[in-house]
Structures are given as C-alpha cells and as structure tokens.
Design a protein around this ligand. Sequence first.
Ligand SMILES: Cc1cc2nc3c(=O)[nH]c(=O)nc-3n(C[C@H](O)[C@H](O)[C@H](O)COP(=O)(O)OP(=O)(O)OC[C@H]3O[C@@H](n4cnc5c(N)ncnc54)[C@H](O)[C@@H]3O)c2cc1C
Length: 348
Amino acid sequence: MDQLGELGFLGMLIPEEYDGLGLDMLTYLYSLVEIAWGDPSVSVSISVHNSLPTQILLRHGTEAQKQRWLRPMARGELLGAFSLSEAGAGSDAAGLTAQARRDGDGWVLDGAKAWVTNGASADLVLLFARTDTPDDRRGSRGIGAFLVPTDAPGYCPGKKERKMGIRGSETVEVSLNDLRLGPEHLIGEPNRGFRYALAALEGGRLGIAAQAVGIARAALEHALRYAEERSQFGAPIRDFQGIQFKLAEMGRRYETALAILERAGRAHEAGDPRSRRLSSTAKLTASESAVWIARQAVQVFGGYGYSREYPVERLFRDSKITEIYEGTSEIHRWIIAGQLYRERDGVQ
Ligand SMILES: Cc1cc2nc3c(=O)[nH]c(=O)nc-3n(C[C@H](O)[C@H](O)[C@H](O)COP(=O)(O)OP(=O)(O)OC[C@H]3O[C@@H](n4cnc5c(N)ncnc54)[C@H](O)[C@@H]3O)c2cc1C
C-alpha cells in the first residue's frame, strides 16, 4: 500500500489541488480492473479508500478538514477505511446502533461496528454512528459521519474475520468504547451522514464492479491458456466443442460486464440521473459474471482447477465477495426495480 500510495493510486479521484491525480472515472475504473486482475485483495483496499472516505471528505468536509486529512490521504500517507455495517445492520444499514453523544462541542462514541475492511491497519476510518437520541429516533435521518483516527483511545479493533476469499484483505470488528472526538471530526451535518454514505456508495459499487471485471478477465485468460496446453484424447481440449462453447460464453459475459461498467462510469462522471440504476446494474452484472466465469475456469482446469497449485481456485473464492459487499445482488435488484419506476415517473 505504501508503494501504491507513492505512485498516486490512493489519490486517483482527488483533484490535483489536494495532491491527488484528478483522474477521470473511466481511467480510475480501468486501473482497478488491472489491479484486481493481479489481486482482488489489493483492489478492494484501493477502491474503498478512493471512493468512500476520501470522496465524502471531498464533498462534505470543510476546507480545514481537507487540508488536514484529504491531502495526506491523496498522497498515500494516510490510509482510509469506511465503517457503516454492524452485526445487526448490513443491507438495512440505517438500522445501525452505534451511538454518538454530544460532549461539550465534541462527541463521545460507543457501540460495535462489523466487517471493516482495513479497520485495524488504516489510519482513519469514516465511521457512521447515531446522532439522534434514544427517545427521539429518526431512522436514516439520525446518523452522523465521523472521521476517526485508529489510534484514538476507545477505538478497539477486534477479531479478524477468517474468510473464504480475498484473504489478503483485512476485515475486522471494531468496538467503540467511550471514544472521544473533537468537533472537527464530524463531517458535514450531524444528521445527514447516511445520505453521504449512500451517495458515495454509488461510486463505490463501480469500484467493486471493476474488481469483478478484473477477476473475470484473469479467470478467462487462465482458462484460454490451459485449454491450449492440456491435451486429452490426443488433442488440446480447446479443440472440443464442449470447451469452446464454455470459453465463448465466458468471453461474452466478460464483454457484457466491461461494457456496462464503462456505460455506468460515464453516466456517473456526467451526473446522469440514471447513474444510480446504472451503477447497480454494473455491480450486479459484473459480480455475477465474475462468479460464473471463475467457476467455469475451475471446470476447464478439471482436477487441477480444484487444486491450490493453480490460480483459478483462488479466483473462484475471491469472486464470491463481489456479490455480497457494497450491496448484495438482491439489494441491487431491488434498487434497479425502484429506479426504473422513478425514472419512468420523472422522480429524482
Ligand atoms: C469481506 C467483507 C468486507 C466488508 N467490508 C466492509 C466495509 O469496509 N465497510 C462496511 O461498512 N461494510 C463492509 N462489509 C459489510 C457488507 O457490506 C455486508 O456484509 C453486506 O452489505 C450484507 O449485509 P449482511 O452481511 O448483514 O447481510 P444481510 O443484510 O443480513 O443479508 C442476508 C441475506 O438476505 C438478503 N436480503 C436482505 N435484505 C433483503 C431484501 N430487502 N430483499 C431481498 N433480500 C434481502 C441479502 O441479499 C442476503 O442474501 C464487508 C463484508 C465482507 C464480507
């Protein structure tokens, strides 16, 4: 991560005035595709940092907050994480219960967060906690966004999850115990944090779609090579129509995923009102394509596909998470259906 930071990969979407590279969305997404082609565990860290905490700081932070935190984050000197989920609040993230209480002009946070990518290794976590009070609950309108240094007393990373895939990516639980923050750690309005999170996640899920496209391409390339090298019945297996049809379908699904990723990336950049639907469509299409393609790649490899000696076994395990985080496939289908009606009815 230090080396990627030096090369500018942690400031890809930050304007140059804040020491970022100021890249356009498609260049950013292609970069993530290439990194995920090599290692999806690395790409998720880069995607989270670039699309969630830094974007929320850029859009809603004060000038002082940007000078203090955004600049070093863009230079790669500080790594950012994002903590919305809790054990009891995943798809229904607005049901989170971590509580922020006013303490003079600052805040005290208590509660438990779950599934925080880089939650122990990052320097700063953009963390969501309730700012409404127990006797006046306001649902999604009672949540604040706080920028929490991981060395703050009371920020306690717990157990690291043992996962099916992306094992090179750290995922931890975090408990918040009487965590005291000055007023400068609140980003934007105290009750609008959930809105900021939802808006940023629209870009975030494009990063996960790019990750899935990278996994899909890696799996396809491995399968193409192996089908040439492996012979059975006196011929390379690529000569058999059963394998050719499989490779053709893998290629078709890969191209479809890439095409919708590009379309959604352009729409996001242009502020197109359809971009919410297109981001969800890209994430859903790319993740389901990646899982399918990686599974077929294992099949093309036969018994060796099941062995850890070859990379397709890892790609198969790594692909699955893309259907789960930053909105599950079920949630994206729900969003897409809702947006189709909103677009038809001209509702933003
Ligand atoms: C490796 C990893 C890294 C993660 N990193 C982060 C991170 O950095 N920050 C962060 O905040 N979170 C992170 N998460 C959390 C992730 O975003 C959630 O796991 C995800 O949103 C799903 O929530 P859940 O696990 O609670 O599942 P649940 O919401 O309990 O869902 C269980 C099942 O029910 C389905 N379901 C739920 N609601 C509906 C509905 N209305 N209609 C139909 N089906 C429904 C879901 O699709 C799913 O199949 C991470 C998770 C993992 C596994």
